[in-house]
Design a protein around this ligand. Structure first.
Ligand code: ASP
Ligand code: MG
Length: 297
């Protein structure tokens, strides 16, 4: 069993989604779980939406319209057949969100609770689009709701994983399903024991992928990035930065600790605990080697 994670930049527009499909098409192994985050900068836009709504700002409609047209434009470019179920799925999700922000927020309920209910739509929209596009490109897959599996406390916006329950439900319900299918699911989101959406903190999809890798006893996790792998410095600031081919778990944790924005810091612990190999590879050119993180030999 293997896990792939694609972040916002890898699904930022229609061409990017087509590129993701071409990477998945190369995979021979069907037992693959694909964790995807929200498209491009749509999490930032959703943060504006929840903030506008909770604080009664008149930019709400403008931001919502922007979110809607951003996703519909991508769908229109990817899938021309207007009878394709994606149109219904996306319109339903947007409609749900519209109804949510039509209500008046209850000021006795904390902002962070509402944040998780609203911002999680970015991941639902992106995974529905990618899953349906893959189907239309003849790549069989099943869309799965990550909230059934990533079970957390109710510390909204920075929820802590309930490892025992999460591992139990992943092993009993997701693993048998994964044995026969390519599965698409959301990063970043989970569900509290009181049945509400939670999120794991910004950029938390790497962590989601590591949780799935841990609980499925996967051999490896591949995080697809817009850079060649882990580099010696930020290539935007230092064009001479070179690729680091192998790293240990501890070296990678240290890099994250010193602020290298390669991998979300919480990601490494579950991987290290079960010695799951992490590959960081370029979605721009998947033939490149990338970086491998594993136990130091
Ligand atoms: N979409 C979320 C964010 O932008 C999670 C992620 O991208 O990892 O923070
Ligand atoms: Mg993101």
């Amino acid at each position: 069993m293997r896990i792939f994670k694609f972040g916002g930049a890898s699904v930022k527009d229609a061409d990017a989604v087509k590129n993701v499909a071409s990477i998945i098409k190369l995979e021979k192994e069907k037992q693959l779980l694909i964790v995807i985050s929200a498209m491009g900068k749509s999490t930032n836009l959703l943060e504006c939406i929840v903030d506008d709504w909770y604080n009664g700002r008149d930019t709400l409609k403008k931001h919502y319209d922007e979110l809607k047209s951003f996703h519909l434009n991508i769908v229109n470019e990817l899938i021309q057949d207007e009878h394709n179920p994606i149109y219904n799925d996306i319109e339903n999700l947007l409609f749900e969100l519209e109804c949510l922000i039509e209500k008046t927020p209850d000021r006795d309920i904390e902002f962070d609770f509402y944040y998780d209910q609203i911002v999680s739509y970015g991941e639902f929209l992106s995974t529905k689009i990618v899953s349906n596009y893959l189907l239309s490109a003849k790549i069989k897959n099943k869309w799965v709701d990550a909230r059934n599996f990533i079970l957390t406390d109710d510390n909204h916006r920075n929820a802590k994983v309930n490892w025992e329950e999460t591992e139990k439900v992943i092993k009993s319900k997701l693993v048998p399903f994964l044995e026969k299918n390519i599965v698409i699911t959301q990063g970043f989101i989970g569900k509290s024991m009181s049945n509400h959406n939670t999120t794991l903190g910004r950029e938390g999809s790497d962590y989601s992928a590591a949780i799935f890798a841990y609980c499925t006893d996967s051999k490896n996790l591949t995080i697809w990035k817009d850079v060649d792998g882990v580099l010696t410095a930020d290539p935007k600031l230092f064009p001479d930065a070179t690729l680091i081919e192998t790293l240990s778990y501890n070296q990678t944790i240290e890099l994250a600790y010193y602020g290298a924005s390669v991998i979300h810091p919480k990601t490494m612990q579950p991987l290290k605990a079960k010695k799951i190999e992490l590959k960081v590879k370029s979605f721009v050119d998947s033939s490149r080697k990338g970086t491998v993180v594993r136990e130091a030999s």
